[in-house]
Design a protein around this ligand. Structure first.
Ligand SMILES: Nc1ncnc2c1ncn2[C@@H]1O[C@H](COP(=O)(O)OP(=O)(O)OP(=O)(O)O)[C@@H](O)[C@H]1O
Ligand SMILES: [Mg+2]
Length: 333
């Protein structure tokens, strides 16, 4: 197992005294070389989860409890120096917006060399050059020498994101976390970026966590999918099982509201009525109950635990939809 996240909780302690429970008990595992997709509506805690794994939660956020076991060691017990060595070299994070990832006044080459020197202070010029070349070639940029002489603004957003992924992979980390890496890009560029991530995985053998709103993205790329709602995992399953036979009513709602790319062209989207709960004041029972067509009195009283419904599937629901299958229009392939 490469990564095991156990009962992770991260709260924001606001100056006015309210406590926003952004991540409220997240559990998942990730094997070496596998891709985990995390999907959920805006505000469900996807980014905070990924930042907590790397221990870069913004103030006033605080990791309250849990374990992040990476290669057998709990990252939450590491000090700042140890963590800064792990970040970048063993775990890298790429963000949604490639525009803010680069310094506009430095050439691409200078920025990649700088990224390499953060951890390899004594590297020779040649070592630096080799690392930059390998990183750019890894993302399919063969005219790397020319690209290195240019400034970020000389490239399209999609190409910049590709360069940024190369930079994040400069030390060939075992884990790449991609937080909505395609959200601000068009559909064709999205497909290119996913292809680049796939190629990297083939060559390097790294694991990937891909965070997205979009089932199209996870359906192409993920092995397993983890559905997040109100700071928790509500369903975890191998991709195909989750897309064809979702068990949590929230997953069903999400699949109906964001169908796969093909279906999107013909079908009108149905959004899930209502809103996620206020995380400063979460409800007593299941956080989805108030929006759920299948809710029973128990759902408003008792919080469902995340439990196995088969060997490789987990669901947090008192009444999972055991017979449900998605219709053709939302199915895979
Ligand atoms: N710096 C912060 N201060 C206060 N609250 C925050 C901060 N960052 C995140 N939160 C809260 O944590 C919750 C989870 O946010 P997060 O950014 O993880 O959502 P997300 O699932 O990544 O959403 P999106 O899909 O929009 O990126 C939200 O309710 C948000 O308001
Ligand atoms: Mg986010």
């Amino acid at each position: 197992m490469l990564l095991e996240v156990k009962d992770l909780r991260t709260y924001f302690h606001m100056p006015n005294g309210t406590v926003i429970k952004a991540v409220e008990g997240v559990n998942f595992t990730l094997k070496k070389g596998k891709v985990l997709g995390i999907i959920g509506e805006s505000g469900s805690g996807k980014s905070v989860t990924s930042r907590a794994i790397m221990q870069i939660v913004d103030k006033p956020g605080r990791i309250e409890s849990g374990e992040v076991i990476f290669k057998g060691e709990n990252l939450l017990e590491k000090n700042d120096r140890e963590m800064s060595r792990i970040r970048g070299q063993q775990i890298s994070l790429i963000f949604q917006d490639p525009n803010t990832s680069f310094n506009p006044y430095m050439t691409i080459g200078a920025q990649l060399r700088q990224a390499y020197r953060v951890h390899k202070k004594k590297a020779t010029k040649q070592e630096c050059e080799d690392a930059v070349r390998d990183a750019l070639k890894l993302v399919g940029i063969n005219n790397w020498e020319e690209v290195c002489k240019c400034y970020p603004c000389q490239f399209s957003a999609g190409f910049r994101q590709r360069i940024f992924i190369g930079m994040a992979m400069i030390f060939k980390p075992d884990l790449l976390i991609a937080d909505e890496p395609t959200t601000s890009l068009g559909i064709t560029i999205q497909a290119e970026i996913i292809q680049a991530l796939n190629d990297i995985k083939e060559k390097v053998g790294n694991s990937v966590i891909i965070i997205t709103h979009d089932f199209g993205v996870v359906s192409q790329f993920a092995d397993d999918i983890f559905v997040m709602y109100a700071g928790r995992c509500v369903e975890y399953a191998p991709k195909r099982d989750l897309l064809v036979a979702p068990r949590h009513p929230y997953t069903v709602g999400l699949l109906r509201s964001v169908p796969l790319l093909e279906a999107r062209k013909t079908k009108r989207l149905k959004s899930i009525p209502g809103f996620p709960p206020d995380m400063a004041n979460p409800p007593k029972g299941c956080p989805f109950a108030i929006r759920c067509d299948h809710a029973q009195p128990k759902c408003f009283e008792e919080q469902p635990e995340l439990v196995h419904i088969s060997e490789d599937r987990l669901v947090a629901c008192h009444y999972p939809l055991m017979d449900y299958e998605t219709s053709q229009d939302t199915q895979l392939d």
